[in-house]
Design a protein around this ligand. Structure first.
Ligand code: NYM
Ligand code: MG
Length: 188
């Protein structure tokens, strides 16, 4: 029994794909089955770095693109020690966005201002328009070519319930699969 570790389950996708809903449902269901599971989200807006990011996203603050990219990265790094500790203790982490969002959103920023001005039915934060999200999606497809990561693609147009069942099955398989493997590192 000793040494069984938790799984790192990352939900990625464009804005409004349903990641937060599915993340919450997954953690509830895993806990109901007696597993140890915690929900995390990035950006984690409650830290000092997270508050800076949030004021950038709601357009209260302007920040240089590279600087804000590094803030998103720093916001993940400030949580890495506690994440590793939890995984080692056997707690499965369900994470609503991670470093893939960092790459996908920053790399979508070469969008022309005309394209960015065309707004769809999104929220009011930075990046929340359809042409930007299309670039983000293409970037995610590119990142998914990395077969060292165990990507599963979900059809976000399915019902919340159907998606939940699929995601829960994948999560349980993954937890089994990794339980005796050492913690890895991303992009090493
Ligand atoms: N975002 C998120 C980034 O631009 N870079 C990152 O590294 C991360 C983690 O933050 N539009 C963007 C994607 C979202 C925005 O996230 C806020 P959320 O999940 O809507 O709170
Ligand atoms: Mg959002």
């Amino acid at each position: 029994m000793a040494g069984r570790r938790g799984a790192l389950i990352v939900l990625e996708g464009v804005d409004r794909a349903g990641k937060s809903t599915q993340g919450r449902r997954l953690v509830e269901a895993l806990r109901a089955d007696g597993h140890c599971a915690d929900l995390l989200r990035f950006p984690e807006r409650t830290t000092e770095i997270g508050r800076l990011i949030s004021s950038y996203l709601v357009k209260e603050k302007n920040l240089e693109d590279h600087a804000v990219h590094l803030l998103f990265s720093a916001n993940r790094w400030e949580h890495v020690p506690s994440m590793r500790e939890k995984l080692r203790q056997g707690i499965t982490l369900v994470v609503d966005r991670y470093a893939f969002s960092g790459v996908a959103f920053t790399s979508a920023k070469d969008l022309s201002p005309e394209e960015a001005a065309e707004r769809g039915n999104f929220g009011n934060e930075r990046y929340e328009n359809s042409s930007f999200q299309e670039k983000v999606l293409q970037s995610f497809y590119h990142l998914m070519k990395d077969k060292t990561l165990n990507w599963k693609t979900m059809d976000a147009s399915k019902s919340i319930e159907d998606l939940h069942r699929e995601i829960k099955t994948i999560a349980e398989e993954t937890m089994q699969e990794v339980q005796n493997k050492p913690l890895g590192e991303l992009w090493k």
